[in-house]
Design a protein around this ligand. Structure first.
Ligand code: SF4
Length: 485
């Protein structure tokens, strides 16, 4: 059985984003980009590109050999004293975790940051069963207190200012909180420390699963992951099946890419490696391997590269759309370009079909992606799937949009229709034209002009292009690329 999901209305969500949220988002992403830029520059551009290529190749190799690496992983985890569970979807994964908690009579749980647990609505499922769940990553702790969703995959509370967080702590924790980051961190630490000591279960995600040794690798900057996975008597890790990699050599490459792209550091502060159970740690280690639509994504030869993602967040930091609408506009668990690609594939186009359109296709995300995911190509492909009626979800595109796409293709493919269309546009625009601009157009084009004017149709593109090519502009045949006028 699937967990119920709500339809994402990106357009409506965008209207909710306040100027304060946008300003806080831009401020944080600007800093993240500057730090990343410095560390990549120090690494050397050519070396960095080679490392990215290596990261891409080994992630693609892992993804196309899951049939080899997942069974090997299961064998090694089991041999080390852990237990592997396979979950086809969110409901199954939540059921497994609830069942383990019930068997150990668990009342409270500490969690380190896990996007997959957000994806399956784990907190909601556990709280509905009467369990107390404490997020222990500082950003997750803040958004949990605020009753919000994360707005960034690596910095969940990036949309909030220190003043807002201090207000939140005063209201919810009843403490004297000042807007000083170090003091706020200390308050969160004091609040969480007893929970680490008394929790009956620790839950984590995982950045990578190393098949050759059956090791779960968790990368954090706060140390909360280490406390959540070692202090409670039971540790449950929930990880997507795509996170498996062959060996430690692969991990060495990916960790270099991840640390630089996420936090602009050479290495992340805490790299926790867990192989089965340990004498001094939890008595039980459970690994829940989650599919939840990933096998379906894998079957699409273009879209499958979405699963190469190592959740660094760099594509979000550079994305002009993300920086103008904030993370909550994407509705789901994943935001920015990765959200625009992944969420519709996980939820289906019927529920999230608008997200692939939430992109200018400028390509900055692909240039920043440490594992070279061709994000614009995948978004275009998903738009195409959406317009054609996604095979998994059935037709979902409004007839008007389909008709417009069909008409556009016909007009752009025929010089005579193109000329006729240009003449018609020049005539029809007359009542709306103000100088060289169309500041206000009727519906549905007013969606565009509500935000910015549209340039008036001049109807001289073909003659301008003819003159330009006759003047000998260096245009590469068939590409349209050449010197700018
Ligand atoms: S798509 Fe690439 S840049 Fe974006 S989060 Fe994933 S790995 Fe990072």
């Amino acid at each position: 059985m699937k967990e119920p999901m709500e339809k994402i209305d990106f357009r409506a969500n965008v209207q909710q984003a306040s100027p304060a949220v946008i300003a806080a988002t831009r401020n944080s992403t600007r800093t993240a980009l500057r730090i990343r830029g410095d560390v990549v520059h120090a690494f050397g551009e050519e070396r960095w590109q080679r490392l990215r290529q290596a990261g891409h190749d080994l992630r693609l190799h892992s993804l196309t050999h899951l049939d080899r690496y997942l069974p090997l992983l299961e064998e090694r985890v089991t041999a080390a004293g852990g237990r592997v569970h396979w979950a086809a979807d969110a409901a199954e994964a939540n059921g497994i975790v609830r069942e383990i908690a019930a068997r150990h009579n668990v009342r409270s749980i500490v969690k380190s940051k896990s996007m997959v647990s957000e994806e399956i609505g784990l907190n909601h499922s556990l709280e509905a069963a009467g369990l107390r769940v404490y997020e222990t990553d500082l950003g997750e702790f803040i958004v949990q207190l605020a009753g919000q969703k994360p707005s960034h995959i690596t910095a969940p509370a990036l949309h909030m200012t220190k003043e807002e967080i201090a207000r939140l702590f005063r209201e919810k924790l009843k403490v004297d909180a000042r807007p000083v980051p170090e003091e706020l961190t200390e308050l969160a630490r004091q609040r969480l420390r007893p929970e680490f000591l008394s929790a009956g279960m620790g839950i984590s995600g995982g950045n990578f699963l190393i098949a050759e040794t059956g090791t779960l690798l968790i990368v954090t900057n706060e140390g909360n992951g280490r406390l959540s996975t070692t202090l409670p008597p039971v540790h449950v890790a929930i990880v997507g099946i795509e996170k498996v990699i062959p060996d430690w050599e692969s991990a060495a490459v990916l960790l270099k890419l991840l640390a630089r792209s996420t936090s602009g550091s050479k290495i992340t502060a805490y790299n926790t490696c867990i192989t089965g159970t340990r004498e001094a740690g939890p008595q039980e280690f459970h690994l829940v391997l989650l599919d939840n639509g990933r096998s379906r994504i894998l079957a699409d030869p273009i879209a499958r590269e979405t699963l190469l993602c190592i959740r660094c967040g760099a594509c979000m930091n550079i994305c002009p759309v993300y920086n103008n609408v904030g993370g909550h506009a994407y509705g789901g668990v994943y935001q920015g370009p990765i959200g625009a690609m992944l969420t519709p594939q996980l939820m289906g186009t019927r529920l999230a079909g608008g997200l692939p359109f939430a992109s200018t296709l400028c390509g900055a995300c692909a240039e920043f992606c440490p594992v070279m995911i061709p994000i614009p190509e995948i978004l275009l492909h998903l738009r195409h799937r959406f317009v054609e009626g996604d095979a998994c979800e059935g037709p979902s595109v409004p007839g008007l949009l389909k008709a417009a796409a069909w008409a556009g293709r016909r007009v752009l493919g025929s010089p005579s229709l193109y000329r006729l269309g240009g003449r018609m546009a020049r005539t029809l625009q007359a009542p709306f034209r103000r100088g060289d601009w169309l500041p206000s157009l009727p519906a549905p084009l007013n969606r565009w002009t509500a935000a910015r004017p549209f340039p008036a149709f001049r109807g001289d593109f073909r003659s301008w292009w003819g003159k330009r090519t006759a003047a000998g502009s260096a245009v590469e045949p068939g590409t349209g690329r050449g010197a700018r006028p």
